[in-house]
Each structure stands twice: as C-alpha cells, then as structure tokens.
Ligand binder design. Structure first.
Ligand code: RM4
Ligand code: MN
Ligand code: MN
Length: 432
C-alpha cells in the first residue's frame, strides 16, 4: 500500500503556536476565577486529559436516514481506512484511542493485521458490537421475524452463534466486552406473546453469557421502539436490568441516549443503574424526537451535563465496580463524520469537566435544608462556566490541537483522502 496521507505533528504545532496567546490569557483568567471557588484548574486539566470515549467503526462513514444516504467525499471504504480516520481524530483530540468494532460491517479478515495497524496509530479495540438486526448476504436463516427471540430454535441458534463468534473476534483484538442490541419486536398487537419472547431472549442470552471469558462484560442495550414499532423485546432499562440480574455479575445495562421516549429523565435512570451496580456505559448521541443519532450535546447540552453530574458523583464517591464504557453512537448524514466526532468528543469532555465544577458539599447542604432553588443554582453555576480554555490546554498538553477542527480543515485531510479513496459501489453502512 502506498503511503497514505496523515496529519503531521508540524501542522498541529504551527496552529497551536498561533492560538497560544488567547489560550494562555483565558486560562489564566479562569484559573483566578476558579481559585475563588476553591477549585484547582490543574486538577481539571488532568481530569480532562484522562477522559476517554470510543469511536464506533461505523461512525466515520456517512450514515443514512430512512430515506436516503448522501455519500461524502473520500469516505473510508474498508476497516483499515476507517482506522486511518479514527487515527486522525485521535491525533487531534487525544481522548479517543479506542474503536468499537461492528460485526459483520467491519469484520476483519485478519485480526492480527488489524491489531497491528491499530497499534501503529496508538489505537486499541473496545466493546465489540454484534448485529442480528439485519440479514447478511450469505446468511442461511432470516431475522425478519426476530433473532435471539425468534420462535424457530434454528434461527435463535444462528443468532447465538453469531454473538459467540463476535466474542472470538473481540478476543483476538483485545476487546473486553460485547454489546448486544437486537431489533426483535412486533408491529402488530398479538404478533408476539410478550412473556414467551422475553423467556426466549433470556435463554439465548444465557448461552452467550456462558461463552464470555472471565474478564469480559456483556452489555445489554435497550431501545423502546424501532425497527419494531409496536413492541420491542428489550424495550427499557427495567427489562434490561431484569435481564442483567438474571444473567449474572458479568452482565450490565447500556444506555444509548436516543433509546428513550422523549423527555424521559435519563440522568435518573443512570443514577439508578449506578446504585444497582449495573451500569455498563453509554452510547452517546442527541435527539429531538426519537433515536435520531444527532451529535452529542447538540440539542440538549444541559441533559448531557446532568448525566455527567451523576457519573462524576459516582466517581468521586468511589462507587464499587464503577467502570462505565463510553462510545459515540451517532449518524452523520450532512457533516464530515471526522469533524462531528471530534466536536462530540469535545462536548463530552466539556460536560465531564463542568460536572467536576459542581460544589458537591454545598449541593448536599441545599438538599439537606430542602432548598431546591439553591440546589439548581449550584448546578447552573457549574453548567454555565465556560471551560473551553481547560479543554484546549488539556488537548495541547496531550499533544493534540487547541482547535482540532481548524487544523483538520487546514490540513486538507479530506481532500487528500478523496484522491486516495476513489469511490466504490455498495459502501452503505445502513441506518445507524
Ligand atoms: C441501534 C443501536 C445500536 C447500533 C445500531 C446500528 O439503534 O443504537 O447500538 O449498533 O443502531
Ligand atoms: Mn446504540
Ligand atoms: Mn440507536
């Protein structure tokens, strides 16, 4: 393979030197301001530098809507090119060294080669995602009427085998978790016997659970509707929690922000799962109406902050076995996915740092004294603090860019990839 274009350290350094002046000035001012609140800015920079969120392998391709897909220029055509894009994102933002692989969309022919390619870019593999929500070309039996919960045991066996194969692939790549999301459900009242399908789900999941290596976790991802529009087998966090408990200590509940009815109090669900020791982690995105897969923090930044408020509270309280896995699960239809993912990763770090600004002692006092107004004011004070200088300094100190999107645009990365990657047909990744 001819040498592929990469964003150079030189261009990052050159841009950082130009931005340096405002960053230093704003950082100093914020340091003074936070000192008045007894907050050490250096502690926040260190926390921002340590923050990690995984990129899904399908996220760097252009997604689709239910109606159309508009391919982008220089889109990655295979998993290696996807890793190149992930490498570019990681180089600029520094908080995204992990890739969450989707099987079979990004099934590797040679795991060792893929691992080596990833390592050369400082990347590694996070939770692996199985797919029994659509049929693949060479597949024997159809998932049209379900997979792990299908009435025909042969279909269930096929879906179980696929998940076990995913664990095997993940093992070879160094993953430590599998995320199972199924599309099983019904469009018609009476189509499914609710208790039977759930019983079959548990029976199938028990077999997958049995195949888990001891140091692996199984993530159950719920979703209240779609592709089924009347009933979904794993429809909400209550069912997910029930199943995780039934399965055992290696099973956890994954929260995709788009998988709840509008206006559901997601931060409270997060707190409950933390309390029960069953929070797997997140698929971050944002939404207005349903599973819209919009960019994280683009619609409801306060909700994102409130979720991180719960996560940081658990972190500071050293809640036992609290180890949430973070991933961005977005569909980029009208932006360059690399830009969207960089911005979204930044939004997560922002919410995380802001959550660290919450005066928890004062909040506890306000709660004790039944002073809701003060409680809200404490949260708002943290949420309205502009922490951009902290994020910029954190990126810079980790070797990344103060302004990742400007550097990315100036580097001409997409234009170079457009030349290197002539379009092929059949590059659709489906609806994500
Ligand atoms: C689902 C869910 C899964 C993702 C698929 C493509 O809605 O969010 O995590 O793998 O979409
Ligand atoms: Mn998801
Ligand atoms: Mn989703």
């Amino acid at each position: 393979m001819a040498a592929q274009f990469e964003i150079s350290d030189g261009i990052i350094a050159e841009h950082n030197a130009r931005e340096q002046a405002w960053v230093a000035e704003d950082f100093d001012y914020l340091r003074t301001k936070l000192r008045r609140r007894n907050v050490d800015i250096e502690d926040l920079v260190a926390r921002a530098q340590a923050f990690r969120v995984a990129i899904p392998s399908w996220g760097v391709g252009t997604g689709g809507t239910r109606f159309a897909r508009f391919p982008g220029r220089g889109e990655p055509r295979d998993i290696f090119e996807k890793l190149e894009d992930c490498g570019a994102i990681f180089k600029l933002v520094r908080s995204t060294p992990a890739i969450s692989l989707h099987i079979p969309w990004d099934q590797p022919d040679n795991a060792a080669k893929l691992l080596e390619f990833a390592r050369a870019r400082g990347l590694h593999f996070d939770a692996i995602n199985s797919n029994t929500f659509q049929d693949q070309p060479a597949q024997k039996l159809s998932y049209k009427f379900g997979s792990l919960t299908h009435p025909d045991p042969a279909v269930r066996r096929q879906a179980i085998a696929h998940n076990i194969e995913c664990i095997e692939i993940g093992r070879a790549l160094g993953s430590k978790a599998i995320t199972v999301w199924i599309g099983d459900g019904g469009n018609f009242p009476g189509q499914q016997h609710f208790r039977s399908v759930l019983a079959r789900y548990l029976e199938s999941m028990r077999e997958i659970y049995q195949a888990l290596p001891n140091d692996w976790r199984l993530f159950i991802e719920h979703k209240f509707y779609e592709p089924a529009f009347y009933s979904t087998v794993i429809n909400d966090w209550g069912i997910s929690y029930h199943c995780a408990r039934e399965l055992g200590p290696q099973a956890f509940c994954l929260v995709d922000l788009g998988h709840h009815a509008p206006n559901v109090n997601i931060e409270m669900i997060v707190a409950r799962l933390i309390q029960f020791g069953k929070l797997a982690g997140f698929h971050f995105n944002d939404s207005k109406y349903g599973d819209d897969d919009l960019d994280s923090g683009s619609i409801k930044p306060f909700q994102l902050f409130l979720i991180f408020n719960e996560l940081v509270d658990a972190e500071l309280n050293a809640v036992k076995d609290f180890e949430p896995a973070y991933m961005l699960d977005q569909s980029h239809n009208i932006t360059d996915p690399v830009e969207s993912l960089m911005m979204s990763a930044g939004e997560l770090v922002r919410a995380y740092v802001q959550a660290h600004l919450v005066d928890r002692q004062a909040l506890a006092q306000a709660q004790e004294k039944c002073d809701p107004l003060m409680a809200l004011q404490i949260l708002k004070q943290a949420f309205t603090t502009d922490v951009a200088p902290i994020l910029a300094v954190a990126r810079q100190r980790s070797g990344g860019a103060i302004d990742p999107i400007s550097v990315y645009r100036a580097s001409g990365y997409r234009q170079m990839k457009d030349k290197e990657r002539p379009a092929t047909t059949g590059m659709a990744v489906g609806i994500v």
